[in-house]
Design a protein around this ligand. Structure first.
Ligand SMILES: Nc1ncnc2c1ncn2[C@@H]1O[C@H](COP(=O)(O)OP(=O)(O)OP(=O)(O)O)[C@@H](O)[C@H]1O
Ligand SMILES: [Mg+2]
Length: 748
């Protein structure tokens, strides 16, 4: 089917042709034949890079341009939301029937807001959590949504799946004639997802680039079709041997391993093995990437390690790295500079980063409580599907690694030839259902036990099982919510109390809200910053907590003992092993946050607590949110004292600074490091910056002409015209100085 022949707005056609899309891929053709452009619901399940987004783009454009509709695009990750935003921005110049240009908006942040400014936007991209939160806030413009795209819907079977199915159930309850387009990786029961959503379905294994899947044993890969490929013996480790064979053929590879530690050690090995292989020119380009890593963010042994591997052509990639470093690695790999990435599986679920060869270095993964556990076929497919770059490769290779011929046979059968698992709902657990039940009552989805059962009947869970199955758990949850004064009954009718409603809007687990409330009321004997930091770490929303290692276990235990009077909740007995371990994890997390607001550097946090920047980031991000939640709950509960303390503490956690630096970090471009430098140079307030001559600011390390100008623009004060002109020209010359401001987070 040719793009030119499609029944879509002319301008949209032009955009496709300009991109070089002249023909549709076969699954795209199948998708259009279901009538999705005319408004039918569709579940499209196809492999990575088979062009699902284009179907969403065409539907969205037809919907907006011809029908004046509004589109909501839901994605599981912030990084993906931004990728989609870039994609849809290409249509911003297209006009609707009424002559108005299309507007594309994105919202992934603030979960306690109905985000009214998105009202006039035609296409809105959100994360699944933000969408759920918008529904909880009864955001008026959500009623106008007429097409929902649910991307990566196969994640409905994962931890955060319940949020997705509940949001979809609510959207359909609000608007029964809503059009739904669900995009999925290849799954076994696409037809069930389709039946749930009353949709047509297309399920295919078609890929734009052929995928050769195989299992390596010693120096030979056996492919699915029985063919063999012999490798040169270049390295004693099989995973790296495959990767190096690819590099000497002039290509790149992506190696998946089970842990962060392993990704780093393999990247180091790969880097030393690559030494003799790369040309001077290639090494020169890598030097620049390596330098980029070093100037981005605070220096840690992790960034040194990464920069050193990169300078020789290999990199590691895992969630302990700061987002900015991950983006640099991804960019340099796409540009062909980095030859080998050794990654943990988080990469497979994230941004689009194809490679000619994917090596699955380990098919086992550590699962807390189970030990090493084989990954699912779906996960294997997500990783192997990264092989083969549409514009460059004729085929992609995905290789598992066996250490015996029995294992080779087993891997062939259990992964290469296996079908992905069926998806099923994870909603029927108390932990998942608790928050959604409170939200359903607080935001008027349902007001009785039967109403709740009917509402949950509209979820994927409700499609598979009779709602009566959750009657017992639901009963227990309702009793709990009532006991905690989050809901009230009037006969059969259930209402949310102010406390319950606010907890639901704040998007925290009801259990967290109860913990915060009790702690706020109870107070410690001696209230300090640590009191509140520990209290938030004691809630189930502070996940994952940072567990003590052998190295710091004793220090954490001693700290807890010393600060015994500062806890606003019960300290478990150290004879109670599980509770006490959990407690120590909470204490350690609070200690890390405490060190952070005392301006401990990221390098020191890593050395002292083994906390990598990515984890430090998540802890800070969660803490900021929970301190905000605690502040808001203190307000509902009428507790003015802790409120003041919490407001300041939240800002300190956000910026990682002591109280004195707060006025400075509020300036654009000034993070904790520059604020400290300014403070040490005697600039302790906005007024002192206003008085300062520019020449004085320019001299300060890390400030220089560019930042001096940024500061002066914000604080004002008298500046000589000639001096200003000089700053402008110097600014243009100067390479952008990387600052230390927090970047976009990876996940909500
Ligand atoms: N008809 C087409 N002709 C040429 N290129 C296309 C066509 N359709 C899509 N593409 C290109 O294919 C690439 C992969 O598409 P897309 O990102 O939509 O994959 P996907 O199916 O969503 O995969 P994933 O499961 O990884 O999200 C994109 O770079 C896109 O530009
Ligand atoms: Mg996609």
């Amino acid at each position: 089917m040719r793009v030119a022949d499609l029944d879509i707005p002319e301008k949209v056609k032009e955009i496709q042709l300009k991109r070089g899309f002249t023909d549709l891929y076969p699954p795209q053709e199948d998708a259009l034949e279901t009538g999705v452009l005319e408004g039918r619901n569709l579940v499209l399940a196809s492999p990575t890079a088979s062009g699902k987004t284009l179907i969403a783009e065409l539907c969205a454009m037809k919907h907006v341009v011809e029908r004046g509709g509004k589109v909501l695009y839901m994605t599981p990750l912030r990084a993906l939301a931004w990728e989609m935003y870039e994609t849809f921005k290409a249509y911003a110049g297209v006009e609707r029937r009424d002559g108005r240009k299309i507007r594309v908006g994105i919202s992934t942040g603030d979960l306690d807001s109905s985000t009214p400014w998105l009202e006039p936007y035609d296409i809105v991209i959100t994360t699944n959590e933000k969408c759920d939160s918008l529904l909880r806030h009864r955001t008026p413009w959500m009623d106008g949504v007429s097409l929902v795209v649910a991307d990566e819907i196969h994640l409905i079977g994962g931890d955060r799946g319940p949020t997705l199915e509940v949001a979809l159930a609510r959207l359909r309850q609000l608007k029964p004639d809503l059009q739904i387009l669900a995009l999925s990786a290849t799954i076994r029961n696409a037809e069930e997802v389709a039946e749930w959503l009353e949709a047509e379905w297309v399920a295919t294994e078609w890929r734009p680039v052929e995928l050769r899947e195989g299992v390596n044993l010693n120096d030979t890969i056996m492919f699915k079709d029985g063919s063999l490929k012999r490798l040169k013996p270049l390295h004693r480790m099989d995973a790296l041997n495959i990767a190096l064979n690819v590099v000497i053929e002039g290509d790149q590879s992506l190696v998946f391993v089970e842990s962060r530690r392993r990704s780093m050690s393999l990247a180091r090995e790969a880097a030393s093995a690559l030494g003799g292989v790369l040309s001077k020119r290639e090494l020169g380009r890598l030097q620049k990437v390596s330098a980029d890593i070093l100037v981005h963010g605070e220096k840690t042994s992790l960034s040194d390690d990464l920069a050193s591997s990169i300078s020789r052509g290999a990199a590691f990639h895992h969630a302990g790295l700061r987002t900015g470093h991950r983006r640099i690695v991804e960019g340099a790999f796409k540009a062909g500079k980095i030859k080998v990435i050794v990654a943990t599986p988080t990469l497979a679920a994230g941004v689009n980063l194809p490679a000619r060869t994917v090596v699955i270095g380990s098919y086992r993964r550590f699962v807390p409580g189970y030990g090493m556990y084989p990954i699912s076929v779906l996960e294997y497919k997500q990783m192997s599907g990264r092989a083969g770059r549409p514009q460059y490769d004729d085929f992609g290779e995905a290789v598992l690694i066996a250490s015996s011929s029995d294992e080779q046979d087993a891997l062939m059968e259990n992964y290469v030839l296996a079908k992905p698992e069926r998806l099923y709902s994870r909603l029927a657990s108390e932990a998942a259902l608790r928050g959604h039940t409170l939200a359903a009552v607080a935001s008027d989805y349902a007001h009785s036990e039967q109403g709740l059962l009917d509402f949950f009947g509209g979820t994927f869970y409700g499609y598979h099982y009779p709602p009566g199955n959750i009657k017992v758990i639901l009963g227990a949850i309702l009793r709990y919510l009532r006991l905690q004064d989050m809901i009230q009954y009037k006969g059969e009718h259930i209402y949310a109390t102010d406390f319950g409603r606010r907890a639901s809007e704040l998007y925290i687990d009801p259990l967290s809200a109860v913990t915060l409330r009790d702690g706020l009321r109870e107070r410690a004997l001696e209230v300090t910053d640590f009191t509140w930091l520990h209290l938030i770490c004691h809630t189930p929303n502070m996940r994952p907590i940072l567990r003590p290692r052998r190295r710091d276990g004793e220090v954490v235990g001693a700290f807890a003992e010393e600060h015994r009077d500062e806890f606003a909740c019960r300290v478990p007995d150290d004879g109670d092993f599980f509770d006490y371990e959990q407690f120590l994890g909470e204490v350690k997390t609070a200690m890390v946050l405490n060190a952070w607001i005392e301006e401990t550097s990221e390098g020191d946090l890593l050395n002292r607590f083994s906390v990598q920047p990515g984890d430090r980031y998540s802890a800070v991000h969660n803490a900021e949110w929970l301190l905000y939640a605690a502040h808001e709950l203190a307000s509902v509960l009428g507790l003015p004292d802790p409120r003041r303390h919490l407001r300041q503490l939240r800002l300190r956690v956000k910026y990682g600074v002591t109280r004195r630096l707060l006025p400075l970090v509020r300036l654009r471009g000034i993070g904790r490091v520059r604020a400290r430098v300014l403070h040490n140079s005697g600039f302790t307030s906005i007024a002192s910056l206003k008085r300062a001559p520019v020449s004085r600011l320019v001299e300060i390390p890390l400030i220089g002409p560019r930042m001096a100008k940024v500061i002066k623009e914000q604080v004002g004060g008298v500046v000589d015209e000639e001096e200003w002109r000089r700053l402008e020209s110097e600014e243009a010359e100067q390479r952008a100085l990387t600052d230390f401001i927090e970047e976009e987070p990876e996940q909500v």
